[in-house]
Design a protein around this ligand. Structure first.
Ligand SMILES: [Zn+2]
Length: 120
């Protein structure tokens, strides 16, 4: 009877998780997604924009201090395969969530099929 309300609640839960996913720029996005799927102690993926940004910071010893430009925007891509590889969750659940993200316009796919977190 109240299926619609139930669905709505599930959607809200998803949206909340997704909102966190797209807004948290300090935690590896795969880890965020992984924790959404119930995996608490996943390792950083090394390929998402957060990891890349972090690695860049480590790799450039010369650029200390000031004008640390937040230009990570262009690199916010990750592949479905990368997520699949790291997520110890059911493939169907991952795909379902990704499809939802894409349908909601929160995640975009580029020409190469890479996933890009859309910015609000
Ligand atoms: Zn990462």
């Amino acid at each position: 009877m109240d299926r619609l309300a139930q669905r709505k609640k599930i959607m809200e839960t998803k949206i909340n998780a997704i909102t966190r996913y797209t807004q948290n720029e300090e935690t590896c996005r795969t880890r965020q997604l992984v924790s959404y799927f119930g995996e608490k102690d996943a390792e950083r993926c090394g390929v998402c924009d957060v990891c890349v940004k972090e690695d860049k910071g480590k790799l450039s010893p010369g650029s200390s201090g000031t004008g640390e430009s937040r230009t990570g925007r262009a690199g916010e891509k990750t592949s479905v395969q990368a997520l699949m590889h790291k997520l110890d969750a059911e493939e169907s659940r991952i795909l379902e969530t990704l499809q939802f993200l894409i349908a909601e316009g929160l995640v975009l796919r580029d020409g190469d099929g890479l996933l890009i977190a859309a910015k609000p």
